[in-house]
Design a protein around this ligand. Structure first.
Ligand SMILES: *[C@@H]1O[C@H](CO)[C@@H](O)[C@H](O)[C@H]1NC(C)=O
Ligand SMILES: *[C@@H]1O[C@H](CO)[C@@H](O)[C@H](O)[C@H]1NC(C)=O
Ligand SMILES: *[C@@H]1O[C@H](CO)[C@@H](O)[C@H](O)[C@H]1NC(C)=O
Ligand SMILES: *[C@@H]1O[C@H](CO)[C@@H](O)[C@H](O)[C@H]1NC(C)=O
Length: 295
């Protein structure tokens, strides 16, 4: 059993090594945060990098949005949400922490969630700078999944005012090949890739564990407001919509906003062409994120 797990682990390591190599060839991701923080981790001699985006209309102490990028839990693409983070800090009083959480398979569940906890502690320990009573969390894809887990299962209830989840995988126990998008006209993530990435994250933990699958977390544990965005061409759209519906029904009066984005797929908002449908949908979806933060 232990040998099988070890073989599986090295298979993942090798696979992910090659995928990351492809990313390195694309070169560094251009980013323009206001500054870069190294936040102390619970592990000795380790810090967690965060890009900080400061609001134009600053308020002291500042409300905070923690953002977690998409990664399939394994891809080192921190910085990919630069536009979004700046959009939020431009249009609200929120300081955005874009956090470089640890990646699988080297650091499976719960490592990235521990990083989020450590960042939350850091923010809470600086009341002169940050207003921890106005802290929200959100992210994209795997980062959205981590935001849902962190806000419902890892940190005390009411740590976050709202959670923002762009195209989250919400239900890990189901097989990707058995899931279909509401609109099948787009291209889809190959199921084997999704499966490999998911298993890199939860490795030997039960995917039905509610800390991994927020889908199974009690509805009342989520923050008071939620914004879930599901692009219609994404095979994860149904589970995102279902999660939103369940929390609306069972959450005891939480504000749940579900936005279905027609004609777009997973990750549609990264680098849309100028003047395209995708760009207009990005503006709409991001504007609603700002509205949720202002609630
Ligand atoms: C941390 O760094 C210090 C100084 O470089 C070193 O002496 C110590 O062994 C390190 N601790 C760990 C756990 O790596
Ligand atoms: C943020 O505001 C600056 C200054 O007004 C502007 O140059 C920039 O394009 C804005 N960025 C976003 C993403 O809205
Ligand atoms: C996170 O993703 C995993 C894998 O797809 C899934 O099992 C889990 O339910 C998701 N968690 C949440 C909170 O949606
Ligand atoms: C947000 O700011 C950008 C420019 O930075 C602007 O184009 C956009 O309309 C603003 N949106 C809202 C909702 O204020």
């Amino acid at each position: 059993m232990a040998i099988l797990a070890l073989l599986q682990y090295y298979r993942l390591r090798i696979f992910v090594f090659f995928i990351r190599l492809l990313l390195i060839k694309r070169g560094p991701i251009p980013v323009a945060p206001d500054n870069v923080l190294q936040i102390p981790s619970r592990d000795q001699n380790r810090t967690i990098k965060a890009h900080i985006y400061r609001p134009i209309k600053a308020k002291t102490p500042s409300p905070v949005l923690i953002n977690l990028h998409g990664s399939g839990f394994v891809l080192p693409v921190h910085g990919e949400d630069d536009f979004y983070c700046r959009y939020v800090s431009n249009n609200s009083t929120y300081t955005v922490f874009d956090v470089q959480y640890r990646l699988a398979p080297e650091n499976p569940f719960p490592a990235p969630l521990h990083d989020v906890e450590d960042v939350v502690r850091y923010i809470q320990s600086r009341p002169d700078e940050y207003d921890a009573s106005q802290m929200s969390i959100g992210g994209f894809s795997a980062g959205a999944n981590l935001s849902l887990s962190a806000s419902s299962m890892m940190l005390p209830r009411d740590t976050f005012r709202s959670v923002i989840a762009f195209y989250p995988p919400a239900e890990m126990a189901g097989l990707p090949e058995n899931k279909t998008p509401p609109d099948a006209s787009g291209h889809r993530i190959p199921p084997f890739l999704a499966r490999t990435f998911d298993s890199a994250y939860f490795q030997n933990t039960d995917p039905c564990d509610p800390r991994i699958s927020p889908f199974y977390a009690p509805a009342e544990q989520f923050p008071a407001s939620m914004y879930i965005v599901t692009p219609a061409q994404d095979y994860l759209a149904d589970e995102g919509a279902e999660l939103a519906g369940r929390i609306r029904r069972e959450g005891g009066g939480k504000y749940v906003l579900h936005k279905r984005v027609e004609g777009c797929g997973h990750g549609w908002d990264k680098h849309p062409k100028k003047g395209s449908h995708e760009e207009r949908m990005r503006e709409e979806a991001y504007q609603m994120a700002v509205e949720i933060l202002k609630r």
